[in-house]
Design a protein. Structure first.
Length: 602
């Protein structure tokens, strides 16, 4: 019974303040918190020192340009020497700040990525996320690309904002004092505007900021959409690479190319929309940039031409105006990056909120109760497993399985054997009734296609224990016992074993793991049915002899000859049972693909 993707009702922070607050709480709980605080404090000290140096450099403008105006070569050379010392000190501060910036980026990325991976890899959470709808699609993109991009943008924007604020505070006073002597002559009247150039800078930058926000705001949604399309393209490329053998055998390259072209077209269409929005924004930001070249001189020129200011004083005022204006227009210069940051924060914060809220998935539905049975028993009481497709239950009602029993659970097509298997394992909790697993005893679950960890074959056999958990002789015996003797020489070979061996050997390695781990209970989902007669007989013989005290519960179609299973139970669909409620979302929509085709055509 294949389940569609379902939307999660878990509430996620929708405002930027809510998202930032959630990420702040994660940061405060991070073991790297103190390291990041230390780097941040170091950057703050460097920025303050740089601001002080900028003030000294601004004051240097007056004597330097006055010396040029007087044509005083001795004073000119002296001021160049002073400039060399100031510039050298500022250069050292720039290099130190660049190093601290990179280290802060590194630590922020480490902390955020470790946090997301830690939440994702909590027991059963990754599986439930995969069934939580669009938010569970491509989690690798969220934890790798999005987390990396968010930490880079947060570092750059955060440091830039602090630096702009400190420079603003430092130079507002300088510009205000320089404006104090500005006297305007209009006809025969004179008047002064206190802090004239400060107000001019505020008005000039304020207009630019408002226009930039109005024009640049759509970039938030456009960037978020592009990241989603990029993730889908990467997923499609990985999927084709993983199944290239079957695609080549079926001659399906042309069809796969068409699908990849559609996903690429979606990326290109999203990127074109961003380009159009960026061009519109550039008209504002670049236009103000060019006007800024002459704006401070034009603003101060009435006082200079009236003879109330020297050329050096004019250049000092221009320098202070540029510092104040550049601080005030920080928002204008970074509106594109801010929109990008906002879109990335949305993706990462939503992903983390979804992880934390997975327990609320189908929050209105009843759930199966899980508990412990006395050692040596596994019990199912009034168990019903519900899905969007229907309700599955035991035909015999309540069931109890004793230690060492060999039980076959059969069901016809579409009844939901795999969901029932997942319910026993605790992965699919929706339904009613109760499952009691044996107290204090390990239960091993074998899916239809066992997981083989990457690395050496030795590590794959020992998984989830350490690579050196078993001696060579034990590993060799396990392989030979199940007819995998040809792999004995490859114990220390590194590979992707799910691709380097055939399907039959893949499943047999899953049973070789059983031989090594010797669990007291084993629940198998159709893996025995997929084996050919010879390998299946070898597995059953191994279970009968080496694991003779192990309880084996196998879900499948039925026993093909033999008398291994001493008991048979049946699953059935409760035609009157309820179904799992909630909005179902189909796989990648054909409507979106049609929209993409139309966009490409345009």
């Amino acid at each position: 019974m294949n389940e569609p993707i379902v939307e999660t009702p878990a509430r996620q922070p929708t405002s930027v303040l809510g998202q930032v607050s959630m990420m702040r709480r994660a940061f405060m709980a991070s073991p790297l918190r103190n390291t990041i605080f230390g780097l941040g404090a170091g950057i703050l000290v460097v920025i303050l020192a740089t601001a002080a140096g900028q003030i000294v450099l601004n004051r240097w403008n007056k004597p330097f340009y006055d010396a040029i105006e007087r044509r005083d070569i001795e004073a000119f050379l002296h001021q160049l020497t002073i400039f060399a010392w100031i510039a050298g000190a500022l250069l050292i501060l720039n290099v130190v700040q660049a190093w601290l910036n990179q280290m802060l980026r590194l630590r922020l990325r480490e902390g955020l990525t470790r946090d997301l991976i830690g939440e994702w890899m909590l027991p059963r959470r990754a599986f439930r996320l995969a069934n939580a709808g669009a938010i569970g699609a491509n989690p690798d993109q969220r934890m790798h690309e999005d987390a990396h991009h968010l930490t880079d943008l947060s570092t750059d924007l955060g440091i830039g904002l602090v630096q702009a604020t400190i420079l603003l505070v430092s130079f507002v006073g300088v510009l205000w004092s320089l404006s104090a002597g500005f006297v305007f002559h209009v006809y025969d009247r004179e008047f002064a505007i206190p802090g004239y150039m400060v107000w001019a800078a505020v008005l000039y930058a304020g207009i630019a900021s408002c226009l930039s926000w109005l024009v640049g705001r759509p970039l938030i949604g456009l960037n978020s959409d592009r990241y989603a399309r990029e993730a889908e393209l990467r997923f499609s490329l990985v999927r084709v690479n993983e199944h290239i053998d079957a695609i080549a055998l079926a001659g399906g390259e042309a069809d796969e190319r068409r699908r990849l072209d559609l996903d690429l077209g979606a990326v290109l269409a999203a990127t074109r929309r961003i380009i159009k929005a960026t061009v519109r924004l550039t008209w504002i930001t670049a236009g103000y940039g060019w006007i800024t070249v002459v704006a401070p001189i034009v603003i101060a020129s009435p006082v200079y031409f009236a003879g109330d200011m020297s050329f050096g004083g004019l250049m000092m005022a221009v320098g202070a105006f540029n510092q104040v204006h550049s601080s005030l227009r920080w928002f204008v210069d970074h509106i594109g990056a801010i929109a990008d940051w906002r879109a990335t924060l949305l993706r990462v914060a939503d992903f983390r909120a979804a992880l934390l809220g997975l327990e609320q998935l189908h929050g209105d539905e009843t759930r199966i109760a899980y508990g412990e049975a006395p050692a040596g028993a596994m019990r199912f009481e009034a168990l019903k497993v519900v899905s969007h497709g229907g309700c599955t239950e035991f035909a015999d009602g309540d069931v109890s399985i004793a230690a060492g029993e060999r039980v076959l659970i059969t069901a016809g097509p579409g009844v939901g054997k795999t969901l029932f298997f997942r319910a026993i394992a605790g992965l699919w909790p929706w339904g009613s009734g109760r499952i009691d697993l044996p107290a204090g005893e390990a239960v091993t679950f074998i899916p239809r296609r066992p997981y083989l960890s990457p690395g050496t074959l030795r590590a794959a056999l020992a998984y989830p224990l350490a690579e050196d958990a078993f001696k060579d002789a034990e590993l060799v015996t396990a392989l030979e016992r199940l007819g995998l003797g040809r792999l004995v020489g490859s114990l220390d070979a590194v590979g992707r074993w799910e691709r380097d061996i055939d399907e039959e050997e893949h499943r047999l390695i899953g049973f070789a793991q059983l031989f090594l781990h010797r669990p007291r209970w084993v629940v198998i989902d159709e893996a025995l049915d997929a084996l050919k007669e010879g390998p299946r007989a070898a597995v059953l013989d191994m279970l009968r002899t080496e694991l003779k005290g192990t309880a084996v519960i196998s879900l499948g179609r039925g026993e093909r000859g033999g008398t291994f299973f001493g008991r048979e139970l049946a699953l059935k669909v409760d035609t009157h049972g309820r179904k799992l409620q909630g909005k179902a979302r189909p796989r990648p929509s054909s409507k979106r693909r049609l929209d993409t085709e139309l966009e490409i055509a345009r």
